[in-house]
Design a protein around this ligand. Structure first.
Ligand SMILES: Cc1cc2nc3c(=O)[nH]c(=O)nc-3n(C[C@H](O)[C@H](O)[C@H](O)COP(=O)(O)OP(=O)(O)OC[C@H]3O[C@@H](n4cnc5c(N)ncnc54)[C@H](O)[C@@H]3O)c2cc1C
Length: 339
């Protein structure tokens, strides 16, 4: 057990001051369901934890304004069960209630969910746990420059889109995939002030520096997430395929929302999960679907376009077929919903 300090400030100002004073090794913590897990595995080694959940005003769920808005500390369970979200944006609700377990969703927050780290076997098992702290596997994400044991290793769970020669780890979250499809913005605040970025800009492809996963500045925190309201929300779904029907991460998933005029798609929102190194928007699939009546043939053409650039390793080739079928099914589920 490594020693660390813990404090829970109640204002943003106190939180930023505490972060700056703590210096090297300071980290935010919210529900703790990811960071504590990784501390026990000796993968995360913060010297100072600053809890954001006591900060006032960061847990609101707002559905009445021009945008949907979720404070970073809103709990996954509360957003999933919100009546407006359930009715008008099933893609958002489903992405949350199909994630983790009820106990975890009661603890975990919607802002920190965006920053959870990969479940890649080699990233998680290479240190700590049963090995008693000894490093077994190289992992560029955990130990930059050490190599990637997943490439040529047991790669059944690895990404087929967005991978590099240095890392093939899948982006694990469901909620970020739904938010990506729905053009969400992530609200950030830091010592330099506040800003908002499209969710796609929060994530970095692994490239040559897989250890740098997010674009947050030093000491910056997520304060909220906003989602533009759209009539496509009602005809939406988050379709998730996994090894078992609950309490498992996605092998393949698709977030879809359709703005339709009769049988014709005006605009489609499509993002993929479980198959890529970042939440994966598919403009290719969206372009195939736009302006056409949805048929099974068109859905398949769009899904094939989404995976046209996919590259498989030894054991994860099934993800391409599975991903295509998951997207085809998601399109048909969304289209059948009442607007
Ligand atoms: C057994 C298990 C199964 C799971 N299954 C799924 C699943 O199927 N699908 C899925 O999507 N997720 C799943 N999860 C992951 C879970 O959803 C995340 O652990 C959770 O959402 C993280 O939220 P948290 O508040 O607990 O984050 P924390 O663990 O507190 O923090 C996570 C990260 O965010 C940082 N952070 C926290 N708050 C802020 C902030 N305001 N600003 C900036 N940085 C911040 C922390 O420093 C840390 O790096 C599972 C987790 C477990 C343990």
């Amino acid at each position: 057990m490594r020693r660390f300090t813990y404090i829970a400030p109640t204002s943003r100002e106190d939180a930023f001051s505490a972060f700056a004073a703590a210096g090297e090794g300071a980290r935010w913590v919210a529900g703790g369901t990811n960071i504590y897990d990784l501390m026990k595995l000796d993968i995360e080694r913060p010297a100072h934890l600053i809890d954001v959940t006591a900060i006032e005003g960061l847990d609101a769920i707002e559905t009445g304004g021009e945008m949907l808005r979720f404070g970073t500390n809103a709990r996954m369970a509360d957003v999933a069960a919100n009546e407006t979200i359930l009715r008008d944006y099933p893609v958002l609700s489903e992405s949350l209630w199909k994630a983790a377990s009820q106990q975890l969703r009661n603890m975990a927050t919607v802002g920190a969910n965006l920053l959870q780290r990969t479940r890649c076997l080699y990233f998680r098992n290479g240190a700590g746990g049963a090995s008693g702290g000894a490093v077994i596997y190289p992992c560029n994400r955990r130990e930059p420059g050490s190599g990637c044991a997943a490439i040529g290793g047991i790669d059944r769970g690895q990404a087929v889109l967005g991978a590099s020669a240095n890392c093939t780890a899948v982006s694990p979250g469901d909620w970020p995939v739904a938010l990506t499809a729905m053009d969400a913005q992530v609200e950030l605040a830091g010592p330099q002030g506040a800003r908002a970025i499209p969710i796609a800009e929060l994530y970095r492809l692994p490239g040559e520096t897989p250890q740098i996963e997010f674009t947050l500045g030093d000491g910056e925190m997520i304060t909220g997430i906003s989602v533009p309201k759209t009539r496509a929300g009602r005809r939406s779904t988050y379709h998730k395929v996994r090894d078992r029907e609950s309490y498992a991460f996605a092998l393949a998933s698709a977030a879809v929302a359709l703005d339709m005029d009769g049988d014709t798609i005006r605009k489609a929102h499509v993002a993929l999960g479980g198959v890529a190194t970042v939440p994966w928007r598919s403009p290719e699939a969206e372009a195939v679907l736009a302006g056409k009546p949805l048929t099974e043939g068109l859905a398949e053409k769009a899904a094939r376009a989404a995976f046209a650039e996919a590259k498989a390793g030894k054991l994860n080739g099934y993800k391409i077929d599975l991903g295509i079928r998951t997207l085809v099914d998601a399109l048909s589920i969304a289209a059948e919903r009442n607007s």
